[in-house]
Design a binder for this molecule. Structure first.
Ligand code: NAD
Length: 336
């Protein structure tokens, strides 16, 4: 990274974006960070409470689809990291439109502004879900074909291809990261791990899709942030980097671990009708980022999960704040 890099991060008030910002501010390299976030239901200023007064940090509320705003912010940036997205698969199934708007169009607006402003590096945060499902013990590499299943993963795959086209066509130095399932503090409680922790803590049922045997590779958000940071610093233009931990668990195993840690009975498990188009297994080969950029996973899953459970138990105020924001947003949309 150049000395005192000015980094425009989108979606920095969400789960991963907030941890990435914290990671970059705590590193030795001098940075100035602008966080452009629309503050959708998933964006939460509380996630960055500890850094909000840091002179190297600035927050701008706005939409990545807003060409004029994005153009102005990009003019003051050296590097752009696009973390913003609509991220919940179930929401993409019930309403795909917003996923196409934010994840596809929004990415293109950012890329175009980056091209016009000769940005030094554009890092696009993607997901392992773009590869689709893989059976057995095989793993996807960066050259595996894209075969997404849900409107969410398809919108991410579309954005990946558009981003790569800006490298191939215009020479914009684009890097893409594709990470596996993240967990850790500050994750919005619609996602499996925080939802199950909170439900079980309150003796509420935990809804497991289908037979519960869908497999995901789980990585702590701090390890993901370190991987993205390595790509910001040393990633090569036009390259894709898988980020994964090799911590494969099926949903039932995760559920049982959470219940056991909380001392709750397995009777809380409710098998519910499977998600439409539910991918059976995701698994990544992440040797490229380790070999080329020196990144490796550091947090053992069971330890990270235990700490995450403790965090949700100790941060009832954060959870209450999320619930209140949710209610305000529903009330606002009803009265609109
Ligand atoms: P999140 O839902 O917690 O946060 C998304 C953030 O983007 C929110 O702060 C939201 O307000 C903001 N946002 C949404 N639409 C916007 C818009 N139009 N303009 C500006 N800001 C907008 O998501 P997350 O889990 O932190 O995921 C972040 C990124 O990482 C996404 O690109 C996602 O695809 C990718 N990813 C997530 C995971 C995971 O397990 N969570 C795994 C791999 C990749």
């Amino acid at each position: 990274m150049a000395s005192n890099s000015r980094i425009l991060i989108t979606g920095g008030s969400g789960f991963i974006g907030s941890w990435l910002i914290r990671h970059l501010l705590s590193a030795q390299t001098p940075v100035e960070i602008t966080n452009l976030d629309l503050l959708t239901y998933a964006g939460n200023p509380e996630n960055l409470k500890d850094v909000q007064h840091d002179p190297r940090y600035r927050f701008v509320q706005g939409d990545i689809c807003d060409e004029a705003l994005v153009g102005r912010l990009m003019a003051d940036a050296d590097i752009c990291v696009n973390v913003a997205a609509q991220t919940h698969v179930d929401r993409s199934i019930s309403g795909p439109g917003e996923f196409i708007r934010t994840n596809v169009l929004g990415t293109q607006v950012l890329l175009e502004a980056a091209r016009n402003n000769r940005i030094q590096k554009f890092v696009h945060i993607s997901t392992d879900e773009v590869y689709g499902s893989i059976e057995g013990t095989q793993k996807f590499t960066e050259t595996s074909p894209l075969d997404p299943s849900s409107p969410y993963s398809s919108s991410k795959a579309a954005a990946d291809l558009i981003a790569l086209s800006y490298w191939k066509t215009y020479g914009l130095p684009v890097c893409i990261t594709r990470c596996t399932n993240n967990y850790g503090p500050n994750q919005y409680p619609e996602k499996l791990i925080p939802l199950f922790i909170l439900n079980a803590s309150n003796d509420q049922p935990v809804p497991v899709y289908g037979d519960g045997l869908n497999v995901r590779d789980w990585i702590h958000v701090k390890d993901h942030s370190a991987g993205v940071s390595a790509v910001i610093e040393h990633g090569q233009p036009g390259q894709v980097y898988n980020i994964g931990s090799g911590n494969e668990y099926n949903n039932l195993e995760i559920t049982r671990l959470i219940l056991k840690t909380l001392g709750k009975p397995e009777q809380l498990i409710r098998f519910v009708t499977d998600r439409l188009g539910h991918d059976r297994r995701y698994a990544l080969d992440a040797t490229k980022i380790t070999r080329e950029l020196g990144w490796s996973n550091t947090i053992a899953f069971e330890q990270g999960l235990m700490e995450t459970i403790e965090w949700y138990q100790k941060n009832a105020e954060w959870v209450d704040g999320v619930r209140q924001r949710e209610q305000h947003q529903v009330a606002a949309s009803v009265s609109a």
